[in-house]
Design a binder for this molecule. Structure first.
Ligand code: KG4
Ligand code: ZN
Length: 333
């Protein structure tokens, strides 16, 4: 039943979506190009860009959904985690709108929303399912027993998978964010040409900082021997880096599936847009007879559609926030 307007502003995407009875009717995303020349997201500039984008993005989402403000039953926003100045813009906007329309406010955890992006399109995973959430800030394996019952069973001890992609790309002289570029060049390269080490981390946790150092030393050594090494081997180097990151991720996911006995496997987060990861997970799923779920591209990277679907389930549970709710840069759940 509920018609919900959702806002996502945790990092460098201003996004708004409308859901009607758990169906996403619109999902608008405004990317911020201002960060490109700085080689990473500049928090202050992100906040300012959110302020510029938020009104037109919300307008567009409502129009596309064919929904008027007076038809809304709740306003949802990303509360945490993220850049605090960026989160404040979305939170303040959502609060003002909820107050003006006299409807409930729903605070959403960004990482829960990435997982529940798998509940947007059909076919949807049955509970319980496992989700490998891989983004620029997080790498987690989450057990999901119900929309609002999630447990983190593994996570990175240092860099996130997206950071591993982006920092490797930086070493190769590629612009930020380098993940999609490594993906692009890897398609033309040999993934077994160069062997990068796999860290031996106990349990279901991850570590990517050693891999980053190994790549740095490897590139420095090769470039010293041959200054044209990178220029002549970019595709193979990218394919080999991607192959290693993907194998680290999938080995742990396989271990989690074995330990929990769960055969419904999902991925989420920006890195789940990676074609090497999507292909390898699909192939592994066929071999292991898993039910594999991969969200549509628009719901992998940061988007308000995933905030709307999470808010939908929170609405059904009557899980609303007071007007005194504040965003948080870091948050556990
Ligand atoms: O979920 P997301 O959009 O934002 C965060 O919450 O962090 O994830 C962004 C991350 C970046 O590190 C970006 O390089 C990575 O996702 N990414 C990719 C691909 N597309 C986005 N990494 C590898 N291959 C891709 N195709
Ligand atoms: Zn994210």
């Amino acid at each position: 039943m509920p018609t919900i307007l959702a806002i996502e502003s945790s990092c460098d995407e201003t996004s708004s979506a409308v859901s009607v009875d758990g169906v996403i009717r619109s999902n608008f995303i405004a990317n911020q190009t201002v960060h490109e020349k700085y080689g990473g997201v500049v928090p202050e500039l992100a906040s300012r860009a959110h302020l510029q984008h938020i009104v037109p993005v919300v307008d567009a989402a409502l129009k596309e959904a064919g929904v008027e403000m007076r038809q809304l039953d709740a306003i949802a926003f990303t509360q945490a985690p993220g850049l605090i100045g960026a989160l404040l813009v979305g939170a303040q906007f959502a609060k003002s709108l909820a107050l003006a329309l006299d409807i409930p406010l729903i605070a959403v955890h960004h990482m829960q929303a990435h997982v529940l992006a798998n509940l947007i399109d059909d076919p949807k995973p049955a509970f319980p399912f496992l989700c490998l959430t891989v983004s620029g800030g997080h790498t987690q394996i989450v057990r999901c027993d119900a929309p609002n019952r999630l447990t983190v069973i593994g996570e990175t001890l240092d860099d996130a998978a997206g950071e591993a992609f982006d920092k490797s790309a930086k070493i190769l002289g590629l612009p930020y964010p380098g993940g999609p570029l490594i993906d692009k060049y890897a398609k033309l390269g040999d993934p077994l040409k160069f062997r990068f080490p796999e860290p031996q981390i106990p349990g279901l946790n991850f570590s990517f900082s050693g891999l980053k150092t190994a790549i740095l030393y490897f590139v420095q050594e090769q470039q010293t021997k041959d200054p044209d090494f990178l220029a002549n081997n970019m595709n193979d180097v990218c394919a080999s880096i991607q192959h290693r990151i993907v194998s680290i991720l999938l080995n742990k996911l396989e271990k989690a599936a074995k330990e929990t006995g769960i055969k419904n496997l999902c991925i989420a987060g920006g890195v789940s847009a990676n074609s090497g990861l999507r292909n390898a997970l699909t192939a592994l799923g066929e071999k292991k007879k898993w039910n594999v779920f991969i969200p549509a591209f628009q719901y992998c990277t940061d988007n308000a559609g995933m905030i709307a679907i999470t808010a939908h389930y929170k609405y059904l549970d009557g899980d609303f926030s007071g007007m005194d709710v504040t965003p948080s840069a870091r948050a556990t759940w």
